[in-house]
Write a protein that binds this ligand. Sequence first.
Ligand code: C2E
Ligand code: MG
Ligand code: MG
Length: 617
Amino acid sequence: MTVATMLIGGLAIITAALLVVLEFGRRGWTLSSPEDRHLNAHLNAQSRRILSSAVEQSHSGVVIADCTGVIEYVNPRYSQITGYSSSEAVGRLAELMNNDELTDANNLTLQEAMQLGAGWETFMVSIRKNGDRFWQQVTASPIHDDLGSLSHIVLNIDDISERVETQAQMEKLAFYDPLTGLENRRLFRDRLDQGLKRVRRSKKGMALLFLDLDQFKRINDTLGHDAGDELLCVVAQRLRSCVREEDIVSRLGGDEFTILLADIAHADDASLVARKILKALQDPIPLGEQEVIVSCSIGITIAPEDSMNASVLMRNADLAMYRAKDQGRNNFQYFTDDMNIESQARMSLENELRLAVNNEDFVVFFQPQVNLNERRICGFEALVRWRHEQVDLISPDRFIPVAEETGLIIKVGEIVLRQACRQMSEMQARGLTGLTVAVNLSARQFRDRNLVSMIRKTLQETGLEPQWLELEITESMLMDNIEQAIDILTELKAIGVTIAIDDFGTGYSSLSYLTRLPVDKLKVDRSFVSNLPESPRHTAIATAIIAMAQRLRLQVVAEGVETQPQADFLHGHQCSILQGYLFGRPVDASELPAQMLDLEKRISLENLLLPVTALAH
Ligand code: C2E
Ligand code: MG
Ligand code: MG
């Protein structure tokens, strides 16, 4: 039951009671025998008393006016609501609080209602004696005399301002984003449907823009949520300023916004707005002491060309937005059909991956790491492959991002860890001791609450001692939320495992952060190693990382070592642990013994290695 119907219900009861009493009183006079008359006079007096006290004490304002609308009586509640005392009101027209400007033109006036002789009910804005406006609900009931002509009118008046206000607020909550004041997802969907109807009628086009801020999470994490909120508000204002009054801007949630441009003549019109938005966001946004610059990626879809279905349009714009992100962010892209094909391929990859996780269709390959100072193999990196029925082996670069987005990575990660630990445990049982196994953790795994207990359990089940397990975590995973990362790393270290920062040099970490992180190793990213020793820039970076690691007393590993000169350079600069095709490709556990034999022979020789081409297969 809504507030309004409750209200109407309440009023109806009061009015009905009033009318019954009036009616009873009226009939009383028409009875004829003396006893009856006496009894009736008594009842009459009593009923009048009841009537008057009911009316006097009513929670509604009550006005009784004659058939010309002149007030004969008002109760105390009426005076309370309107500020007019009984003496001020009586004798004036019952419409004294009305305000034509404020009243809905469709409402009957009191005079009109009286002419019709019908009951009448309305909501309207009225004016109190002191000039304040308020919402009132008025119910008017006509009273007729014995001949059936209108003699009086009874008005029930309720001040419903508070309820109207609450209702307006509830509506605001239901349809508007409380942070930015923009329309929310729900209202946006309504607008989209209305927009489509308009397209159908007017034959003019409509554009739907889907915007997502670039790197918003990073800003939020580094500057805090309050700053993030402030930023969203500024962005909302700027978006509004880029469009016409009649265009719709809404916030779907997080850092996602949508814009509806109605009545566009050409698809190109949307790109004007998109450009304007990209430009408007270029101005730095002051947040407390700092200034930040944000950019966004925009996907655009056009009705009726792309679709006339609201859900399809939303999906199109979303796909186009992702394409804009892929294109390096801070740009806009129109939806094209190939995006659909791409997304279908992605869907089927997702489904197949789900099946693969259930069937555990993954195999872990091992790539050796050698310690050139000690001239021995010191461990392996475990690298997962998806064993696919039709495609054979699928590389992790193709499916890890999908697994990460869908959350399947948690299961995949468990499978890899279990296989890697089991293999190492078996090697140790065969006498191959002193070797570590490095397992990669993805961002989602790293933030998974069960990570620590899962690792503990896996070590126990496979019988591998924690000191032989190394976990590789990328730099960007740590930088997303440094305090949380320190907590997780501390817990992991407490298990007794080693921690390495993978792909080092590609993230954003600063020296001051590094000193606070409980890590043991840095892995110099392949991209720097591959250009050694020719590129002066990469040589500088690689040597700086090695020097930094030494200063922080961290071990340093170089990955992606393919050539002898690279190995010589690194070894010459005190980076003695190396990994790469020069020493061996990642192989299946069954091929490992042969590969190890071959490699040990090579590294035990004084002049190390064969050219990489000889190892190519
Ligand atoms: P990563 O952890 O940096 O692993 C090193 C990658 O470089 C591996 O690719 C490896 O095969 C390749 N590599 C090794 N030596 C050389 C070399 O000399 N030259 C070149 N060009 N490449 C070399 P892979 O196996 O395709 O793995 C790619 C990435 O996938 C890994 O990069 C890692 O980030 C991710 N990944 C692999 N396995 C897992 C896993 O089990 N879990 C998670 N979360 N990620 C994994
Ligand atoms: Mg790795
Ligand atoms: Mg790496």
